[in-house]
Design a protein around this ligand. Structure first.
Ligand code: HEC
Ligand SMILES: [Cu+2]
Length: 355
């Protein structure tokens, strides 16, 4: 947009310093700001132009100088000019904005996934390694992070101004957002959807760390049970294995490699099995019946908490060998060594809904 990087950097420093914009702490932030500055400049130029014309014309053509008004017929050239130039400018904003939008809402396939559950009035983060935190989220720099959000009650909105991202947390549905933090530090987390009495207290800290610090944090906050391990326990305590035991005569389909695959339903239509589908399949099995199976799976609605569902989903995802390999490639540099089986026994299981 013609601004030299030096002027741009100066402008950004100035705006951050005077609290006009939050710090730019993610890859996407400077890109969002560039569009915002472009839109502000265009508006300022338009405002100045219109303001100048209004002032000049009211002086030039005031009643004193023109006692008898002159009738002026329209000018096609003038009208075409003030239509085409703004149209062009708005189209530039539209295309620029859409490109950014898709960049912000399409997570790269190698993103590290963290679950976030919103509830009145707190944010709970669930890391794949089993670390849980409330109203704070620890992440490493220079790594694409995908958040899978869900709400346990009403609509919430997860917003990190310094990263220029925001996404609704909706009851009953997973939504995702991703970002890549660039600068270590602590940033504000807000709920930006009015959600009841203590809405203004639904805030927290995004703690961006160097890979070394993040690794230390992971090791220090481990609950000893990863999400997938917790899911495995739920799977057996809820007796899912009674029907999903992977044997040929089993009453339910094998869940190995079901994540990411295309299933055919009794209606003949195909579905892609993603996180949302797995969650639905557990809560509301009769909604989609897999071809070749009887609708005998009971519903687990109200019996498993959102955290429990997340664990089950992670467990089933981990039964997919491709996913497991990809996860390992993604996180081995970051995750501490897996706790050994002995250490696991002491830790409590979480996830069954409290009555
Ligand atoms: C009474 C037997 C039974 C039990 C218990 C059971 N399921 Fe199922 N499940 C089935 C059958 C049959 C299907 C296939 C028909 C359908 O889609 O409902 C199925 C389908 C599924 C699917 C969809 C994937 C696919 O290939 O169709 C998932 C995911 C699933 N079950 C998970 C679970 C989990 C998790 C539990 C325990 C909380 C569980 N099931 C308990 C019988 C059972
Ligand atoms: Cu909220």
């Amino acid at each position: 947009m013609g601004l030299s990087p030096v002027i741009w950097q100066f402008l950004v420093k100035w705006m951050v310093n005077f609290a006009i914009i939050p710090p730019e702490a993610s890859r996407i932030a400077p890109q969002v700001d560039a569009l915002l500055v472009f839109m502000t400049l265009v508006s300022l130029v338009g405002l100045t132009l219109v303001g100048l014309l209004v002032t000049t014309f009211s002086i030039l053509y005031r009643r004193e100088r023109n006692p008898v008004p002159t009738q002026i017929e329209g000018s096609t050239l003038l009208e075409a000019t003030w239509t085409i130039i703004p149209l062009g400018l708005f189209l530039v904003m539209f295309v620029w904005g859409s490109v950014l939008y898709f960049r912000i809402y399409t997570p790269p396939p190698n993103a590290m996934n963290i679950y976030v559950v919103g509830k009145q009035w707190m944010w709970k983060a669930e890391h794949p390694g089993g670390q849980h935190e409330i109203n704070s989220l620890h992440i490493p720099i220079n790594k694409p992070i995908q958040l899978t959000l869900i709400s346990q009650d009403v609509f919430h909105s997860f917003s990190i101004p310094a990263f220029r991202v925001k996404r609704e947390a909706i009851p009953g549905r997973y939504t995702t957002v991703w970002f890549e933090a660039t600068t270590p530090g602590t940033y504000h987390l807000f709920c930006t959807q009015y959600c009841g009495t203590a809405h203004s207290a639904m805030i927290g800290d995004i703690v961006v760390q160097t890979p070394e610090d993040y690794k230390m944090w992971l090791a220090g906050s481990t609950s000893g049970v990863s999400l997938a391990q917790n899911g495995e326990r739920l799977f057996s305590s809820l007796s899912c294995g009674a029907c999903h035991n992977g044997q040929p005569d089993s009453r339910g389909p094998s869940l190995a490699n079901v994540y990411g695959s295309k299933l055919t339903l009794t209606t003949g239509s195909p579905v892609l099995v993603d996180e949302a589908y797995l969650r639905q399949a557990i809560l509301n099995p009769s909604a989609h019946i897999t071809q070749g199976y009887a609708p005998i799976m009971p519903t687990y609605q109200g019996q498993i908490s959102e955290e429990g569902l997340i664990s089950l989903v992670e467990y089933i995802k981990n039964l997919n060998s491709n996913y497991r390999v990809q996860q390992t490639l993604n996180t081995t540099e970051l995750l501490p060594e897996q706790p050994d089986k002995g250490a696991m026994k002491g830790a409590g299981m979480q996830g069954v809904a409290k009555p």
